[in-house]
Design a protein around this ligand. Structure first.
Ligand code: ZN
Length: 144
């Protein structure tokens, strides 16, 4: 039983006994109030709508995460090809059907175009930093 129904019953019991007008008004309010079964149905309907909204949000999140995952897989495959690594396991799975755990970078011939696009710029920057760090007059020295 809903709280407002309980309150209405309590007020009716107290005020209705001493004042017929109040008793009549409360009787009309009770008649207009939804029946408990209807309230329960309304509660289930509201709960169902909230669950549907949550499910819709969840589906959107799964869709977004699936797109992100595909993007990252594609990028990982490109980098593996640039480095000549196994695109399935990068040499970390001895049961890999592609490389049997031997697919670390250099396992196969790197894709030259991808190597130039993804790897050589990083090597150039790394070399430039090493030269700068080891230049005379600088306190810092190259490591590694
Ligand atoms: Zn592999």
């Amino acid at each position: 039983m809903a709280l407002n129904t309980v309150l209405l019953e309590m007020i009716a019991a107290q005020a209705g006994a001493s004042n017929p007008a109040v008793a009549e008004a409360l009787a009309q309010l009770r008649a207009a109030a939804p029946a408990p079964a209807a309230e329960a149905e309304h509660d289930r309907s509201a709960e169902s709508a909230a669950l549907n909204d949550a499910l819709t949000d969840l589906r959107e999140q799964v869709k977004d995460l699936t797109c992100d995952l595909q993007f990252l897989r594609d990028r990982c495959d490109l980098l593996a090809a640039a480095l000549g690594a196994c695109c399935l396991c990068w040499g970390e799975d001895v049961r890999c059907r592609n490389c049997r755990g031997r697919g670390r970078p250099g396992f196969s011939q790197p894709d030259e175009a991808l190597l130039k696009e993804f790897v050589l710029p990083a090597i150039s920057t790394w070399r430039a930093q090493r030269v700068k760090a080891s230049a005379p007059g600088r306190a810092a020295t190259a490591t590694a």
